[in-house]
Write a protein that binds this ligand. Sequence first.
Ligand code: C2E
Ligand code: MG
Ligand code: MG
Ligand code: MG
Length: 293
Amino acid sequence: LAKASGKAQMALYSDALQRDAHHRLEMENALTDALSRDQFEIHYQPIVEVAASRSRVVGVEALLRWRRGDRLVPPDEFISVLEETGAIVEVGEWVLREACRQVLLWHANGHKKLRCSVNLSSRQLQESGFADVVARVLAETGFPATSLVLEITESLLMQDGPETLATLRELENSGVRIALDDFGTGFSSLGYLHRYPLHIIKVDKSFITKAAGDERLKAISRAIIGLGRGLRMDIIAEGIETPEQMEFLHTEGCQFVQGYWFGRPQPAGLIKPLLDSMLDPDFDHHSAAPALL
Ligand code: C2E
Ligand code: MG
Ligand code: MG
Ligand code: MG
């Protein structure tokens, strides 16, 4: 009996595996021509400089979405597939160009110095000549290198190839800034901060979300902020959802924040009013944010 039920379980298990494999293959196929069919879109989330009296948007992060039929698929569901097939190289370049083009339009519309943050995959950085790709996109769009931020993760640095360091230095020399994303969730080796040209640390949202009632997490957030300041890096706290979280970070000397409290990632057309409202001298981050959600 035990044997029989074991077999039945095996059969169920392999059914599930087959379904997964089938699902994945189907996704791979659908993604093959997603770019040529214009199914990708970019949502933008504001990055805000916090000040005692008045906060302002200093940048936006470009976040990729896939319009598949009537579903808007979030990146966590498909980026890994693009990475495996290698298509992320082409799609990533599209994101870079499209985001630069969009933010440049905002530059011309009252948001002169707005920065544009774009996420990178390790596959992109491992391509030889990646710095040239960036230089070409900047030249073609006319976007200023000094307003571009490229976001990489610790896991990318862990699996870096021999060219990663040289590429990052080349990017730095061209004026582009590099942010270390999701800091605190990987191995958080302090060696990375020393070895690579990094200009910005993004404190992962998992710290921010849980720090409110947790003295130890507060101490860690505080330490990361202090570390960044000592290294003369900018610190951006991710995942700010409440005014209390923002107060805490502001008190600790964290200059930049990003999160649903200020605005969710939204299509370009919807983010413009938010950018404009934050140019308003009467904008008050204590009361205005919920109305914007
Ligand atoms: P990320 O770069 O760390 O981006 C921040 C994520 O946190 C976004 O998720 C954003 O919607 C979410 N977020 C922002 N504020 C809050 C908040 O207050 N609360 C909560 N709970 N979440 C918040 P999203 O858009 O689903 O993106 C997920 C990840 O996908 C990104 O994490 C990034 O690693 C990756 N990704 C997105 N676009 C691209 C891309 O163009 N290329 C590559 N290689 N990766 C991308
Ligand atoms: Mg990011
Ligand atoms: Mg992040
Ligand atoms: Mg991430």
